[in-house]
Design a protein around this ligand. Structure first.
Ligand code: BES
Ligand code: ZN
Ligand code: ZN
Length: 508
């Protein structure tokens, strides 16, 4: 789907459907919606007056006016109460419009930029979110379906204010590029586990910069380490987790040089378990199919790198993704084993199902050793306990550096991807001390998300570091908050916002 920005009046745009909006409780149409309504003789105002349409989030009013417009269909989408409007609501409004457009198999949709200028949301920002919403809601994983989903060919954003046009155009471009990169990652997460084993993930990673135009693609370089290299590095964690599988583990390091040679690196480390059976500590069968999304952290970090390259963000970024398939077999690692990690620390294994932290520990050591990053962020579907603690609303966030945490909280607020900090107080270390080695890989029933985070902290050393537990937010079972069911793309928006420092890149 092409996403474009055009100048003009939505009443005279030729499209298969136009999309306007209404704030909840507004009583009557406003702005472009009012202009459209008077052109068609007041049907929208009538629907509001009669209580047919109230403007609630997710609510829609579909009309086929006989005359008055260049397009045959109108969809009015609800934006919720004006006082509660945020830029993210402009993203969420895209899903009902996309669902209607797909159901009717339309070719071109023209939309206003929802909420531009409302509640302090600048037109550029509203445009960015609205176009991101269009891009994200166009995602459909239909590779294995006989009957493919309908694809909308063009999604236009119409801006009638010539003064606002450059800003709106920049925002639309930004959102479209960001959305494309996120969808690239979502397709990886959706892939069946037999189709995406560690080497397949590495192959996909080699193409992380593909199709972005030579300026961007040339700044991306990908290196993949196999078992011989990992053995030489004594990456005991990655090797142990990967041992039970016929498909050997990989360590992917994708670099994007958006800044000068002398500028420091930022490391993004993402868990890449292509399928998590639990290993010898086998998971129960119910829901195990979902463990194909145990590489969502890795896919998210690669998608973040792709987005940064597409947006021309001026940073040097390395995405480090340890990829492994956690399988039970005669060759698998066992509870009771003691691993020597790349950093030299030893870890007693109590559950082979707590595998993510073992992969991440080695990948973090690799990142610190080779890139000396000024900041390191990891993302992982790490603990079921995070779903218990924060549900599917917030990412679980932990870290060792107050100022980095403060910046991530700001990015969380402005990106719309919620993250909530959990404490890494020293008292939790007791739970993961081992009798036989330095650490053990599980910390008991209490505070499971925090003890996993604390384990990682032991491998971050002095590097300012943040851990994001995305177990509850990387995949949605049901449609929610403007996301269709399936992979959400979390935490790409959060990280791009952090890396772009509120939108300083060329595309804005
Ligand atoms: N990949 C899982 C965590 C997970 C669970 C992600 C549910 C998404 C949904 C992880 O490797 C795991 O199995 N963690 C264990 C840790 C336990 C053994 C300490 C868990 O959460 O049960
Ligand atoms: Zn596991
Ligand atoms: Zn796992």
């Amino acid at each position: 789907m092409r996403i474009e920005c055009v100048s003009g009046d939505i009443r005279s745009v030729t499209a298969d459907m136009i999309v306007v909006n209404l704030f909840e409780g507004a009583g009557r149409p406003d702005g472009a919606t009012a202009a459209v309504d008077s052109a068609i003789g007041g049907t929208i105002a009538g629907a509001i007056r009669d209580g047919d349409f109230g403007g609630k989030v997710g609510e829609t009013l579909f009309l086929r006016p006989a005359r008055g417009l260049s397009s045959p269909r109108i969809l009015v989408v609800g934006l919720g109460k004006k006082e509660k409007f945020t830029a993210d609501a402009a993203r969420q409004a895209a899903l009902p419009a996309m669902k209607t457009a797909k159901k009717l198999k339309l070719g071109t949709v023209a939309s206003v930029v929802h909420g531009a200028g409302a509640e302090g949301v600048a037109p550029r920002v509203a445009a960015r979110f609205a176009s991101l919403g269009a891009a994200l809601s166009s995602f459909e994983y239909d590779r294995y379906k006989g009957e493919k989903g309908h694809r909308i060919s063009r999604w236009l954003f119409v801006e009638r204010d010539a003064k606002a046009l450059p800003e709106v155009r920049a925002g639309v471009t930004y959102g479209a590029r960001l959305g494309e990169a996120i969808n690239w990652g979502r397709a990886l997460v959706s892939a069946p586990p037999a189709e995406l084993r560690p080497d397949d993930l590495a192959r996909a990673a080699r193409k992380v910069g593909a199709g972005l135009g030579s300026g961007a693609s040339d700044r991306v370089r990908v290196r993949v380490l196999g078992v011989p290299e990992l053995t030489a590095l004594q990456a005991g964690g990655i090797l142990a987790v990967g041992k039970g599988s016929q498909a050997p583990p990989r360590l992917i390091a994708a670099e994007y040089r958006g800044a000068g040679k002398g500028e420091p690196w930022i490391a993004l480390v993402g868990k890449g378990v292509t399928f998590d059976t639990g290993g010898i500590s086998l998971k129960k069968w119910e829901g195990m199919e979902k463990m194909k999304y145990d590489m969502a952290g890795g896919a998210g970090m690669l998608a973040t790198l792709r987005a940064c390259a597409a947006l021309g963000i001026r940073r040097n970024i390395v995405a480090v993704v340890p990829a492994a398939e956690n399988m039970p077999s005669g060759a698998a690692y066992r509870p009771g084993d003691v691993l020597r990690m790349m950093s030299g620390k030893t870890v007693e294994i109590l559950s082979t199902d707590a595998e993510g932290r073992l992969l991440l520990a080695d990948a973090m050591e690799y990142a610190v050793r080779n890139y000396k990053p000024k900041a390191m962020i990891d993302a992982a579907t790490l603990t079921g306990a995070c779903i218990v603690a924060l549900g599917s609303v917030n990412v679980g966030m932990m870290g060792n550096d107050e100022s980095l945490l403060a910046r991530m909280k700001e990015a969380s607020a402005s990106s719309g991807e919620k993250a909530w900090e959990l404490p890494l107080h020293e008292e939790y270390l007791e739970q993961i001390k081992s009798e036989i080695g330095d650490l053990k890989n599980i910390g008991g029933a209490e505070a499971g998300t925090i003890t996993a985070g604390y384990f990682l902290k032991e491998f971050a050393g002095e590097t300012p570091w943040i851990h994001l537990d995305i177990a509850g937010t990387a995949w949605f079972e049901k449609e929610k908050r403007g996301y269709a069911p399936g992979p959400s793309g979390v935490p790409v928006r959060l990280l791009v916002e952090y890396l772009d420092e509120g939108g300083k890149s060329k595309a804005t």
